[in-house]
Ligand binder design. Structure first.
Ligand SMILES: *[C@@H]1O[C@H](CO)[C@@H](O)[C@H](O)[C@H]1NC(C)=O
Ligand SMILES: *[C@@H]1O[C@H](CO)[C@@H](O)[C@H](O)[C@H]1NC(C)=O
Ligand SMILES: *[C@@H]1O[C@H](CO)[C@@H](O)[C@H](O)[C@H]1NC(C)=O
Ligand SMILES: *[C@@H]1O[C@H](CO)[C@@H](O)[C@H](O)[C@H]1NC(C)=O
Ligand SMILES: *[C@@H]1O[C@H](CO)[C@@H](O)[C@H](O)[C@H]1NC(C)=O
Ligand SMILES: *[C@@H]1O[C@H](CO)[C@@H](O)[C@H](O)[C@H]1NC(C)=O
Ligand SMILES: *[C@@H]1O[C@H](CO)[C@@H](O)[C@H](O)[C@H]1NC(C)=O
Length: 638
């Protein structure tokens, strides 16, 4: 069937053939199919995603690269006969169901053939006939179910064969016949139940084999023994639960082994010990519970080991004892792994640089465990860390590491103790981790100081309030003795309180402290010969009172004590042992008081300025009376 467009194209093609002897390039430039891009200098044609359903046959026969991907091409019979110079042919994502026979017989120079994403169901031994320069063949994402004998027979130069994402269940033992130079074979995403060991005998040059996402349940003895050159073996996501101890025998060049996402319950230590050249091993997503002693025996070249997302609960101390070149160790997301013993990485002291223990159940990691010379990255985020002093190394480590990003550092959080739950470790100080005993003592001392200071402050405030109000606030009477200079504010209270309790005197203090006029004061064993004559004293005293009274009247807010002349202030500060002289003084008491009252009357009041109520008068009186004994103290040595 021909569409009008194709008819026109055919006509043009005939004209082109007829005129090709005149000037090929000029004519060709005219016939680049609609929506295609033709580069006549580089000899490339881009007809990708142009909705064509036939291979354009009127392009420059010198064409080197032809891009036809994403169209609706269904068959390719003999389409390429004219393009003998073709090196790159992209037929991917079309609807090709059959390659036909000898379709590429003229493409002796073709290097890359992309047939992925088509509807190929089977190939025959003439499909790729003649592609003697082919380097890469992509047959992935087709519907191939079986690879028959000698299909790739003429592809002697092929290095890269992709058969992934088909439905291959069987590979003939002669399937890869002729692939003398094949280096990479991808069989990912097929339905293979057995490793096609027999077919591998034709792949003497194979370097990388991807067998992931197939249906192997076990790897038998000598499964890969023909692949002496193999370096990379990928067998992930295959439900493998058993690996024969001699499965990897003869893989003398293997350095990359990916066994992630299988069902292995143990590390196949014996099997691995035959691949001493191994450098990278991934055992993630298996059912491994324990890494036993020397689990990776003989793997002295192992550099990168990943064991993540396993029910791993224990790593024996000597698990990595043979792996003296281990450089990068990733043990992440093992939700049963709660501890790493000291000495686990002892043999890695000179090799380990990268250690990720992210997202396990590790509460604590001793500094000694990871005191590794070359380690420059350690990841402990998403672990239930117990933040005590033993982890302070980690804070220092995080702060100084420039290999770890800030957001990663922020993910290292505390889980215990409760008051640090959810806190970013990097924000904590050694004090937060309650580090040294000295620090805790310091803390106590500081606390005591704080409380004492507060107490003093409160008392000072009480005193100030007492003084300001000159009233008998309940707490003013704490200083009942009225002996301490700072308690002078309380004289009111004390005197009233005392006078009510003592019937004999108006001021108990004065009664106990006024010295006798004739007898020396005896303190302890010392006799003091300071004779104080009462009358003389009183005259002096009265002068103080007078001046004092004026001060207090003018400035009610200031303390009485500070207004006293220097001398009396000094005397006030003496300690006065009242009891000793109490008896001697008692007899003079009444006499003195009478004199006091008289003198108060005669001297005091006339000199006062302003008005005075009765209450203030009595108050002034008692205030004035009080300092007398203190002032009278003649004792200079006790
Ligand atoms: C066609 O493919 C080429 C090479 O892959 C690409 O550069 C170009 O953008 C594609 N054009 C369209 C229309 O997809
Ligand atoms: C692919 O091939 C199958 C069987 O050969 C056929 O039924 C189907 O229609 C084809 N699909 C396309 C998109 O051509
Ligand atoms: C191709 O396969 C057919 C059978 O399908 C067989 O008869 C023939 O000999 C094979 N050709 C080659 C070159 O192997
Ligand atoms: C194996 O092949 C699949 C499909 O091409 C690919 O996605 C995967 O990355 C390959 N694995 C490796 C390790 O190369
Ligand atoms: C392990 O290595 C030692 C020393 O290289 C070797 O003698 C032994 O045969 C190896 N074991 C296996 C199972 O390959
Ligand atoms: C190992 O496997 C895990 C999980 O399957 C994957 O995330 C990781 O990238 C792999 N690592 C390497 C080095 O192949
Ligand atoms: C910190 O916690 C770990 C685990 O709970 C414990 O082993 C260690 O002795 C603790 N260190 C200190 C200094 O309390």
């Amino acid at each position: 069937m021909f569409f009008p467009g194709d008819l026109v194209a055919l006509t043009i093609w005939i004209i082109m053939i007829l005129t090709s002897t005149i000037d090929k390039n000029v004519v060709l430039a005219t016939f680049c199919p609609p929506r295609c891009k033709c580069n006549e200098v580089k000899l490339l044609v881009f007809c990708n995603e142009t909705q064509i359903d036939l291979v354009p046959i009127m392009l420059n026969p010198q064409l080197k690269e032809l891009y036809l991907h994403g169209n609706r091409i269904k068959n390719i019979y003999s389409s390429f006969i004219v393009y003998q110079e073709l090196q790159y042919l992209d037929l991917s994502n079309n609807q090709i169901g059959d390659t036909g026979k000898k379709s590429f017989i003229m493409q002796k120079k073709l290097k890359v053939l992309l047939l992925n994403g088509n509807n190929l169901t089977q190939l025959n031994n003439l499909s790729f006939y003649g592609l003697e320069s082919l380097y890469l063949l992509d047959l992935s994402h087709n519907h191939l179910s079986e690879i028959y004998s000698r299909i790739f027979m003429s592809l002697n130069k092929l290095e890269w064969l992709d058969l992934s994402s088909n439905q291959i269940t069987h590979i003939n033992k002669e399937a890869f016949f002729g692939l003398l130079n094949l280096k990479r074979l991808n069989l990912h995403g097929n339905q293979l139940k057995h490793i096609p060991t027999q077919s591998f005998y034709h792949l003497q040059s194979l370097v990388a084999l991807n067998l992931s996402s197939n249906r192997f349940t076990h790897i038998p003895e000598m499964a890969f023994s023909p692949l002496a050159m193999l370096e990379e073996l990928i067998i992930d996501s295959c439900s493998i639960s058993a690996i024969h101890s001699r499965a990897f025998i003869h893989l003398s060049n293997l350095n990359y082994l990916d066994l992630q996402n299988n069902r292995m319950a143990n590390v196949p230590t014996e099997s691995f010990s035959y691949v001493t050249t191994l450098r990278t091993l991934n055992l993630s997503n298996n059912l491994i519970t324990v890494l036993k002693r020397n689990a990776f025996k003989n793997l002295t070249h192992l550099q990168t080991l990943t064991i993540s997302s396993c029910p791993l609960s224990q790593i024996e101390k000597d698990a990595f004892i043979d792996n003296i070149n281990l450089n990068r160790l990733v043990i992440e997301n093992n939700k049963k792994l709660s501890r790493i013993e000291i000495g686990t990485f002892e043999q890695q002291h000179d090799s380990l640089e990268y250690l990720s223990l992210r997202s396990n159940m590790i509460a604590f990691l001793d500094w000694q465990t990871i005191n590794i010379k070359r380690l420059h990255y350690i990841d402990l985020q998403q672990n239930p860390l117990a933040c005590n002093c033993s982890l302070s190394w980690l804070i220092a480590y995080l702060k100084h590491s420039n290999m770890i990003s800030q957001s990663q550092k922020d993910q290292v959080k505390c889980y215990f103790p409760n008051y640090l739950y959810g806190k970013k470790l990097i924000t904590l100080s050694e004090t937060d981790l309650s580090c040294s005993k000295l620090n805790s003592t310091m803390k106590t001392v500081v606390n005591i100081f704080t409380y004492t200071a507060m107490l003093i402050l409160i008392m000072t405030m009480m005193i100030v309030i007492c003084r300001r109000h000159k009233r008998c606030l309940p707490f003013c009477c704490i200083c009942r003795q009225c002996r301490f200079s700072s308690c002078c504010c309380c004289r009111n209270c004390c005197s009233t309180e005392s006078s009510s309790s003592s019937s004999t005197t108006s001021s108990p203090s004065s009664s106990s402290t006024i010295p006798s006029s004739s007898q020396p004061i005896i303190v302890g064993n010392h006799h003091h010969h300071h004779l104080l004559y009462q009358r003389q004293y009183y005259q002096n005293q009265q002068q103080y009172h007078y001046s004092h009274q004026q001060y207090t009247d003018n400035d009610d807010d200031d303390g009485v004590q500070n207004q006293l002349p220097a001398k009396s202030r000094l005397e006030n500060s003496f300690y006065y042992p009242t009891k000793i002289i109490n008896d001697e003084l008692t007899r003079d008491k009444q006499q003195i008081q009478q004199q006091q009252q008289q003198q108060q009357k005669s001297y005091h009041f006339p000199y006062r300025t302003g008005t005075m109520t009765d209450s203030t008068r009595t108050s002034a009186l008692s205030v004035d009376l009080h300092p007398i004994p203190n002032h009278s103290l003649p004792i200079s040595h006790i």
